[in-house]
Write a protein that binds this ligand. Structure first.
Ligand code: SF4
Length: 511
């Protein structure tokens, strides 16, 4: 199962490498370091995942892992990879099969190897190997890790549809599944359950209404829901216990989930109507149930995922994918834990999205240096929080007029009878019959420190160091592309990690 390829380049390999001197240096570098990347320990770790395999002898896992890297670099599918391994000398140089007329792997082998990678966390190990290689090459210092985190949108691969099409597709899926389970043609289910909306090429064609007329829309929705009820009744009558087993169980759950997330009772009629606004955690695609709605900014929306990376000392040390509606802070702990496997984390460079979580508090409490822009004070034209002296030790707040009040659970409140006669009142509060209030954030101590740091030239220079992770994320984005290659969080995390591994190898080549 070992990948038996020579370390030194042969004559033909040297000829190909010379031709790639200007435009294919990545392939030549990969060929040169392949024995270091897949060293004895890593090959053994890859091999160990095959111990319980039965049947024909598998291909060397190191070879397949190398193919996944080449696929990430060239963004080719499994079928294209098989062709490229025969037609492209650059791939043949890396894979050690120059002049081969047959690819040294099959399309199916790549699919099952990726599944194995997911099961055994090999994608994380592959990324770790590039980090270990960077350590071994000595180009990077590892005594103190300066970890920087960042995220960017990754558009989902599933088709995003409106409520009508989601309902139609979910209903159609139930009919397909139950037809298979019961062993009758789909048309029989459609006619016996009287599902006329499934007779047309699409749900909207079958409903055939004036879509600008709200009353016609309401009637069409009731008609559609009646057909959904008839389909559910048909399933209950004919599928029996199979309705509680996959895949019919999942199809029925998907249909229920579309109804729950996209419809709501109409307060005037009591009947269901299309929901006003967007349900929390709405699934916009039936094809990829892990996709979610996300925001790039207040006005720019996207559907899919967020890719998140941690970079330390010039190398990407962790990467993962989260649903688009997941706050960045949710990933902080996982990224920090992954980073800490490579050394002692001394500094954490983040933006505000990653700040509000326990992992940052714990890191700060342990003496780690957190570098992040603090939230801006929003009391424009009046005294901001920075004008008040907040003493967290004594739990008091003192205003610019030297009035001191205690910090309570709801923050610090200056009484109205103190503020009303105050000469600074107009510069302090808009409250008509009350005094000024100052919110105390759960992370106030850390925020105070961040504000103090930003006020100094050195502090602002330290904040600018985070820009390096933005460059790395852009490099990973350029390799992976804007859209997810796979459906589901785990497979896309694998794809992100192999792209991060490629970005690390590129950084090593340039070092
Ligand atoms: S208005 Fe109240 S809180 Fe503001 S400066 Fe005057 S006394 Fe202090």
């Amino acid at each position: 199962m070992r990948w038996k390829v020579p370390v030194e380049m042969g004559v033909r390999e040297l000829q190909v490498a010379r031709r790639l001197h200007r435009v294919g240096r990545f392939y030549v570098f990969l060929r040169k370091i392949r024995h270091e990347l897949f060293d004895e320990d890593f090959e053994r770790a890859l091999e160990s995942t095959y111990k319980k395999a039965r049947g024909t002898a598998p291909l060397p896992p190191a070879l397949l892992a190398m193919v996944t890297l080449l696929q990430a670099y060239d963004q080719v599918s499994d079928s294209d990879a098989v062709v490229t391994a025969v037609m492209d000398k650059r791939w043949q140089l890396v894979l050690g099969c120059l002049g081969a007329e047959e690819a040294p792997f099959s399309q199916g082998a790549l699919v099952s190897f990726r599944e194995r990678m997911v099961r055994h966390d090999l994608d994380r190990k592959l990324l770790d190997r590039t980090v270990a290689l960077a350590k071994a090459k000595g180009s990077f210092g590892w005594q103190k890790l300066k970890v920087a985190l960042d995220s960017s949108p990754l558009l989902g691969a599933g088709r995003v549809e409106d409520t009508w099409n989601l309902l139609g597709r979910a209903l159609s899926l139930v009919v397909d599944c139950v037809a298979k389970v019961v062993g009758v043609p789909r048309e029989d289910v459609v006619s016996q359950a009287k599902l006329d909306v499934l007779r047309g090429p699409s749900i909207k064609v079958a409903l055939d209404i004036d879509w600008d007329d709200p009353s016609q829309q309401a009637q069409a929705l009731q008609r559609l829901l009646e057909e959904v009820t008839r389909a559910q009744a048909w399933v209950a009558e004919h599928a029996g216990d199979d309705a509680a087993k996959p895949p019919l169980k999942e199809a029925l759950a998907a249909l229920r989930s579309v109804i729950d997330q996209d419809l709501e009772p109409d307060p005037s009629t009591g009947k269901l109507r299309i929901r006003r606004g967007v349900a929390r955690d709405r699934k916009p695609s039936l094809g990829d149930p892990d996709m979610r709605h996300g925001r790039k900014s207040k006005s720019k929306l996207f559907n899919g995922y967020k890719r998140q990376i941690a970079k330390a000392n010039g190398i990407i040390v962790a990467a993962l994918v989260q649903p688009a509606n997941c706050a960045d802070a949710v990933a902080t702990e996982s990224l920090l834990t992954d980073a800490a496997r490579h050394g002692s984390v001394e500094e954490l460079h983040i933006d505000r999205g990653f700040l509000g979580c326990e992992a940052v508090d714990t890191f700060h409490a342990r003496g780690g240096l957190v570098l992040c822009k603090p939230w801006p004070s929003r009391n424009q034209g009046r005294f901001t929080k920075l004008d008040f002296k907040i003493d967290l030790k004594d739990r008091t707040v003192t205003c610019p007029e030297k009035v001191t009040v205690p910090i309570t659970k709801s923050g610090a409140h200056f009484p109205g009878d103190v503020c009303t006669p105050c000469s600074q009142r107009a510069r302090c509060t808009k409250a008509k019959n009350d005094g000024r209030s100052v919110d105390i954030h759960p992370q106030e101590e850390l925020l105070l420190l961040l504000r103090q740091r930003r006020a100094t030239r050195e502090g602002r220079a330290a904040l600018r160091q985070r820009v390096t992770v933005e460059h790395s994320l852009a490099a990973v984005g350029a390799i992976q592309g804007p859209r997810a290659r796979y459906k589901g969080i785990r497979k896309n995390s694998l794809d992100l990690r192999r792209c991060a591994a490629v970005a690390n190898i590129q950084a090593l080549r340039a070092a």
